[in-house]
Write a protein that binds this ligand. Structure first.
Ligand SMILES: [Zn+2]
Length: 65
């Protein structure tokens, strides 16, 4: 299980990116919302979709294993 965050500010593409806590691409804590502990990035994305639209997962920390 890993802690996930979602970027409050959308990327240029309009997407809000989900990151793992330890990702070096994660924005500062004040610029992201805590999602919680999840086993897979997909689950964190679903959680973020409850309160944000157009969610994608970070290609660096959320790649399929
Ligand atoms: Zn990331």
């Amino acid at each position: 299980m890993t802690i996930y965050y979602v970027n409050k500010k959308p990327e240029k593409t309009g997407e809000h990116l989900v990151h793992k806590k330890e990702c070096e691409h994660r924005p500062a804590y004040e610029n992201c919302d805590y999602l919680g502990y999840f086993a897979k990035p997909d689950e964190a994305v679903r959680q973020a979709e409850i309160f944000l639209e157009n969610i994608s997962s970070c290609e660096f920390c959320c790649k399929e294993e």
